[in-house]
Design a binder for this molecule. Structure first.
Ligand code: SF4
Length: 324
């Protein structure tokens, strides 16, 4: 599979608001949201980016879409270095790479009809007007809102959450992109409509051959929609492999803990939770060594002094842990 995206050593560090004592000591704390990731995504591949809130997955998605500038490293899209892309090339990239927002209730302008919301990206991209109707109709059919006339003159507040998220997806598809990032695309929706949206997403990949990154903390969603799963912890990738393989044979202790936290749909069965300590909100990236060591039940001496590197466990499945 030819790579569409190749990220090398990508970093995004933010300065953190300093406490008074830190100002006095002349310290400048840094949030290493993304801290040197390598990620190659093939054309047509669907990748789930998984981890707890604060692990850096949303920042990674924004970096891949050039919505924020990296503080280090390079990202290539179809062979072009995104750090260097500007002017007409940037406009082309914006058409080819789209974002689906987490909250469909905020994603659409409440004063725009659905017709206007769908047409706006076409106008902004300079698509000839003769193509607009056809593209909008195709996008609405792709998200399974085939009764197009029933939606065009309605406003967002007149639609249900599920219908709104389909319109948000249709708006992303109307430009016929090559690459899509969906940030927690169903987390704001009622459980009863999630399955419908996920089925639409699977169909869209199958019919359009779209390359996509799904950002989620939900293993079940990622496994259902994505062929490949990448797990992040405190700004680093700690595991990467085929979704079924990662769920059934997780290798990294952090991934094992995430898998064991997934509810089992059988009251007679339960999984013993892996005893990881604390939560990510309390975790600080420790200097040197493995950044999971403060929470890892298997940590040993080497984990504090040497950072584990990603290594292939079986073909296509990699993880970063000294025990592997
Ligand atoms: Fe745990 Fe050490 Fe492996 Fe990190 S390298 S996950 S601390 S055993």
């Amino acid at each position: 599979m030819a790579p569409l995206i190749a990220a090398r050593g990508v970093e995004k560090h933010f300065p953190v608001t300093r406490k008074f004592s830190e100002v006095l000591r002349g310290e400048r704390p840094i949030n290493r949201a993304v801290d040197g990731i390598d990620l190659t995504i093939g054309e047509g591949e669907t990748v789930g980016l998984l981890g707890e809130s604060g692990c850096g997955k949303t920042t990674t998605g924004r970096l891949l879409l050039k919505l924020t500038q990296p503080t280090g490293g390079t990202i290539q899209f179809a062979g072009e270095d995104l750090n260097q892309v500007k002017g007409p090339a940037l406009k082309r990239f914006r058409q080819q790479a789209q974002l689906v927002f987490q909250n469909p209730f905020d994603a659409l302008n409440p004063r725009f009809t659905i017709f206007r919301a769908l047409r706006e990206p076409l106008l902004n991209a300079g698509i000839p007007e003769t193509e607009h109707a056809d593209r909008m109709w195709t996008a609405m059919r792709r998200v399974r809102l085939p009764d197009v006339d029933a939606y065009y003159d309605r406003y967002p507040h007149q639609l249900s959450g599920g219908q709104l998220q389909r319109v948000v997806l249709a708006r992303a598809l109307v430009l016929e992109p090559r690459f899509l990032v969906a940030d927690e695309p169903v987390s704001m929706l009622d459980v009863s409509v999630r399955a419908g949206i996920l089925n639409v997403m699977r169909d869209v990949h199958a019919t359009m051959g779209l390359t996509a990154v799904y950002i989620s903390h939900d293993f079940a969603l990622v496994r259902y929609v994505c062929a490949r799963t990448v797990v992040m912890y405190l700004g680093k990738i700690v595991e990467d492999g085929p979704s079924a393989e990662v769920v059934e044979r997780p290798q990294h202790p952090y991934t094992k803990a995430l898998v064991q936290a997934v509810p089992v749909p059988d009251v007679n069965q339960s999984r013993a939770p892996l005893p990881i300590k604390g939560s990510l909100s309390q975790a600080q990236a420790p200097q040197g060594g493995c950044r999971f060591r403060d929470r890892c039940p298997y940590a040993f001496e080497r984990c504090a002094s040497e950072e584990p590197l990603m290594r292939e466990i079986v073909p296509g499945h990699k993880a970063a842990c000294h025990l592997l």
